[in-house]
Design a protein around this ligand. Structure first.
Ligand code: AKG
Length: 223
């Protein structure tokens, strides 16, 4: 039977700057529900090693990934094709969309097999996500550090420990003013799974339409 998931969460807000924040619900899922979800995802998602292009070189991502969504998604030179959501991912997507009041249509899974797996500093700022996207992430399994660094000259650093059954939302200008990473940890043996939820506004290559006023430049006349 498909698990059901809460459609509400007790968030604490962590302000990063006046227009960027994290909303963090450490106990969104209780331990039992989080254990069951982790076992389901490990057993039933297709976990793949995929390459991305960094500085012109193709490298294998240091983690496994799974995904589902009605549109293809392209980042770092990697295009992941549309793939249907299974019942569990669909139920999660509906619950997290209701909580965030965002029509998420793409779910990406990351499987960090142990502490050597990581995701490097980056921002989710592809044009297909639009301006100031809301991105949510569920964490399951071992607790890992979620580190953020501001893009400005100060390079301010913040971090949050993401625990089993938690839900975090990156809001406001988070993707435009900050980068984030899950750094490597020595000697950690246990896996972690995260599922991240995005709204893709269109397929790879989609661009926000120019507002009407942008096209209406005055004809050149003598001032
Ligand atoms: O695993 C996480 O919590 C973060 C994943 C991430 O940064 C991403 O999918 O962009």
């Amino acid at each position: 039977m498909t698990q059901t998931f809460p459609r509400e969460a007790n968030f604490e807000r962590i302000a990063l700057d006046p227009t960027s924040w994290l909303d963090y619900a450490p106990n969104w899922l209780g331990t039992e529900a989080a254990d069951a979800l982790l076992a389901d995802l490990l057993a039933n998602q297709t976990w793949e090693a995929r390459s991305i292009v960094v500085a012109g070189r193709e490298i294998l991502q240091p983690r496994l990934m799974s995904w589902a969504g009605e549109l293809a998604y392209k980042y770092s030179g990697l295009t992941i094709e549309p793939r249907p959501m299974d019942d569990t991912v669909q139920a999660l997507n509906a619950a997290v969309s209701a909580i965030c009041e965002a029509p998420f249509n793409h779910v990406m899974g990351n499987l960090y097999r142990d502490g050597r797996d990581k995701v490097s500093m980056h921002a989710d700022a592809e044009p297909e996500l639009g301006r100031d996207p809301v991105i949510a992430a569920i964490s399951l399994g071992s607790e890992r550090k979620f580190r953020l660094e501001s893009k400005d000259r100060r390079r301010t650093r913040k971090h949050l420990m993401l625990g089993h059954g938690s839900l975090v939302i990156m809001g406001g200008s988070c993707q435009h003013r900050w980068r984030h990473e899950i750094p490597r940890v020595n000697q950690l043996q246990e896996p972690r799974v995260s599922l991240t939820f995005r709204v893709l506004k269109g397929p790879p290559g989609w661009r926000a339409p120019r507002p009407d006023w942008a096209a209406k430049r005055p004809q050149k006349t003598a001032d």
